[in-house]
Design a protein around this ligand. Structure first.
Ligand code: MRU
Length: 355
C-alpha cells in the first residue's frame, strides 16, 4: 500500500504530492510548524490525510517540546492546535482530528499525567487516528463494492485515494473493493483543474494497481456520459453537512448534475469523520479560495493574460438531492440524509456505551 504519511521518532514523513507523478520525494517535517506548512502548501492533501497529518504534527510538537511542566506544555499544545486549524478551512477531518487530540490531552491532564505520559498518549492517539482511517477505507471499499455494477465504467473526480487518506482511499477504496470483489472495472479520471489531482495522483495510483484508467479533461465528462461510457460515479468529500449537502473538489457539482441528466448513480464515499452535523447545510460550509496563480499558470508558464481577474475556489457543494448514497464505514447512507446521517452517529454511540 502507498506510504502517504508515517510517523518516525523525530519527524512526520510524507510523500510530496506536488511532485507526483514525476518524482517520488519524501518530505521530513521535524517540527509542528513544518507539518502545518506542508498541509497549507499541499505537500499532503485530501480530507482524511490532512486530519492524520494534523494529529501527527500535534503529537510531534508535543514530543519535541522543551517544556518541563504540564502547564507550559498545555499552553504550547493549544497553540499548536490553533496553528493546525489555520491551515485549510474546508475539510472538516482537520478540525475533527484536532478536537480528538484536544480531548485526549484534556483527559490526560485531568488525570494528572506527567509530560512524558502526555507525550505518549498523544502519539498513541495520532497513531489510532491513522490506523482507524485505513480500517474505515477498507470498510467503505467493501460496502461500496456492492453497489458497483458488475461491468463498471466508473468516473471519479479529484483524488480520493490512498494519497488522500492514511491508505487505500475512500472513492478509490470503493473502486479497489470492487476490483477485489471480482468486478470488471474501468475508470475515467477527471484531470481536475487547476491542481490536477486526477491526472497526476488518481491516475498514478490506479495505474500502479493495474486498474484500467483513462484520463479525461474536466470538460469531457458530459460527452462521455452521453455516449453511455459511464455507468457509475464515485467521489470523495471534504465536508458533509447535516442534510447531506457535500463539499468536494471544485467541479464535483458539475459532475453530479451531468450524472443526474444521464441517469447515472452518483455516490459519495467518506468516513464519518467527514460528516459535520454541526453544519446544517452546504451554504454554511466554508469554501477555501486559493492563490490565483494556480489558475493562471501551469507549471511555471503563464496561460492567462496579466490583468485578468481570477476566481479560484478549491471546492464546491453538491446538493444532497443529487446524491444516490453516502458510502461510509458503517454502511451506505440514503436519503433522507438528515435522518440517516444522525442515525449513523447514534449507532456508534450505542455501540460505545458500556452496559
Ligand atoms: O484540495 P485537496 O486536494 O485537498 O482536495 C481533495 C478533495 O477534494 C478530495 O476529493 C477529498 O478530500 C476527499 S479525499 C478522500
Amino acid at each position: 500500500m502507498l506510504p502517504t504519511i508515517a510517523r518516525e521518532n523525530d519527524a512526520v514523513v510524507m510523500i510530496d504530492q506536488r511532485k507526483l507523478p514525476a518524482q517520488e520525494i519524501y518530505v521530513r517535517c521535524k517540527t509542528a510548524p513544518e507539518v502545518a506548512r506542508a498541509i497549507k502548501t499541499m505537500v499532503i492533501r485530501g480530507a482524511p490525510a490532512i486530519g492524520v497529518a494534523a494529529a501527527m504534527g500535534i503529537a510531534l510538537g508535543v514530543r519535541t517540546s522543551k517544556s518541563t511542566g504540564t502547564q507550559k506544555l498545555a499552553a504550547e499544545f493549544y497553540k499548536i492546535c490553533e496553528l493546525m486549524a489555520s491551515t485549510r478551512p474546508t475539510a472538516v477531518n482537520l478540525f475533527w482530528a484536532i478536537e480528538r487530540m484536544k480531548r485526549s490531552f484534556a483527559a490526560g491532564a485531568e488525570a494528572g499525567e506527567s509530560v512524558a505520559q502526555l507525550q505518549d498518549r498523544l502519539d498513541r492517539e495520532a497513531g489510532a487516528i491513522h490506523d482507524e482511517d485505513v480500517a474505515s477505507c477498507r470498510a467503505m471499499g467493501a460496502f461500496g463494492a456492492e453497489v458497483v455494477p458488475a461491468d463498471a465504467r466508473i468516473l471519479t473526480h479529484c483524488n480520493a485515494g490512498a494519497l488522500a487518506t492514511a491508505g487505500y482511499g475512500t472513492a478509490l477504496g470503493v473502486i479497489r473493493g470492487a476490483v477485489e470483489a471480482g468486478k470488471r472495472v474501468a475508470v475515467f479520471a477527471d484531470e481536475t483543474r487547476p491542481f490536477l489531482q486526477g491526472a497526476r495522483l488518481t491516475a498514478w495510483e490506479l495505474v500502479r494497481d493495474g486498474i484500467q484508467t483513462t484520463v479525461i479533461t474536466d470538460n469531457m465528462a458530459g460527452a462521455l456520459m452521453r455516449q453511455d461510457k459511464v455507468n457509475f460515479v464515485v467521489v470523495g468529500a471534504d465536508r458533509i453537512a447535516a442534510n447531506g449537502d457535500t463539499a468536494n473538489k471544485i467541479g464535483t457539482y458539475g459532475v453530479a448534475v451531468l450524472a443526474r441528466e444521464h441517469n447515472i448513480p452518483f455516490y459519495v464515499a467518506a468516513p464519518l469523520s467527514t460528516i459535520d452535523l454541526r453544519t446544517p447545510d452546504g451554504q454554511h460550509i466554508p469554501i477555501e479560495e486559493r492563490n490565483p496563480r494556480e489558475v493562471t499558470h501551469v507549471g511555471g508558464s503563464r496561460l492567462a493574460p496579466e490583468g485578468a481577474l481570477v476566481w479560484n475556489p478549491a471546492f464546491d457543494v453538491t446538493p444532497h438531492h443529487l446524491i444516490a448514497g453516502i458510502i461510509t464505514e458503517r454502511g451506505i447512507l440514503r436519503a433522507p440524509y438528515t435522518e440517516s446521517l444522525k442515525l449513523a452517529f447514534e449507532t456508534i454511540e450505542v455501540a460505545n456505551r458500556t452496559p
